[in-house]
Design a protein around this ligand. Structure first.
Ligand code: ZN
Length: 124
């Protein structure tokens, strides 16, 4: 006589699951533990990205002298300050086809030789 040969294991604790084959957890406790863990991993990811974006924004803000509309900086300096090139909030493409990468109201345009033009968008 053939019974179910595949042994399903609980996604939370890894123990074999008894009973219905479509079950993914031993019980509600394991289901809640698993879901809470997923949620906190997502929260951590969101928080880390938000922190990186906030830091990027602060770095751009500090590099742009008060009253100036643009400033230049190079990649080495940005990296040293902790700038994370992976994260930006949006892009802005000018009429001439240049793509600025933006962190909130600040943007930067890659120039030649790892230099960047930093700008602050004016609110109009
Ligand atoms: Zn379990």
């Amino acid at each position: 006589m053939h019974t179910q040969t595949e042994i399903k294991t609980c996604l939370a604790c890894g123990k074999p699951i008894k009973g219905r084959s479509d079950k993914r957890f031993c019980d509600d406790y394991c289901r809640n533990a698993y879901n809470n863990q997923l949620k906190s991993a997502t929260n951590n990811l969101v928080r880390n990205i938000n922190n990186a974006l906030g830091k990027n924004r602060r770095i751009l803000e500090n590099l742009l002298p008060e009253g100036e509309e643009t400033a230049k900086s190079n990649k080495e300096k940005l990296l040293r300050l902790g700038f994370n090139f992976k994260y930006f909030t949006h892009t802005y493409i000018t009429k001439t086809g240049k793509t600025y990468l933006c962190c909130y109201e600040y943007g930067y345009l890659p120039l030649e030789n790892d230099w960047f033009l930093i700008v602050k968008w004016k609110e109009e």
